[in-house]
Write a protein that binds this ligand. Structure first.
Ligand code: THU
Length: 162
């Protein structure tokens, strides 16, 4: 028997003022997109802004549905939109934020498992790490330099070929 440990790395900043100008602007776009989310059932609004290697930004927000599972999270709306409009363009960074109608979210959002898995596909596809910047409506920012810091032991395409 062997008990093993896995190390993940992340950075925390006090607030958006500690981001560089490019990443601060990206987070602002995520906040703007968050305000445009369609979330009439949960009243929990999520926004994502993706910076591509060609400098273009692609945004997305959660889109809910009366048949609940038919809706989609902000991260996947954004990442699939980037994949659909700019195939083969590397994804450099994704900024993600959220807010609620009922309470102040002052902690960074923790993206759901399905979105982590969806993001992992694009790191594999482009063989390039994606930087993830997380913030609530306000407050502390958490940054990972790769999806592998968010989703250790992710399912990868190589497992389909064994
Ligand atoms: N949601 C996201 O958009 N991203 C996540 O990572 C977690 C949850 C959305 C889905 C749903 O519209 C609402 O937040 C409440 O779960």
């Amino acid at each position: 028997m062997q008990n093993l440990e896995l190390k993940i790395s992340y950075t925390e900043l006090e607030n958006e003022n500690e981001l560089n100008e490019q990443e601060k602007a990206l987070m602002q776009k995520a906040h703007q997109s968050c305000s445009l989310a369609y979330a009439p059932y949960s009243h929990f609004f999520v926004g994502a802004a993706i910076l591509l290697e060609n400098g273009i930004t692609v945004c997305g927000n959660n889109q809910e549905n009366a048949a609940f599972p038919s809706g989609l999270c902000a991260e996947r709306v954004a990442i699939f939109s980037a994949g659909a409009s700019y195939p083969n363009v590397k994804i450099k960074t994704i900024a993600i934020t959220c807010k609620s109608k009922f309470f102040l979210v002052n902690q960074p959002l923790s993206p759901c498992g399905a979105c982590r898995q969806a993001m992992s596909e694009y790191e594999m596809r482009y063989k390039s790490n994606i930087r993830i910047i997380l913030q609530g409506e306000t407050g502390k920012i958490r940054i990972m330099n790769s999806i592998s810091d968010l989703l250790p032991f992710m399912f990868v395409a190589a497992e389909l070929k064994k």
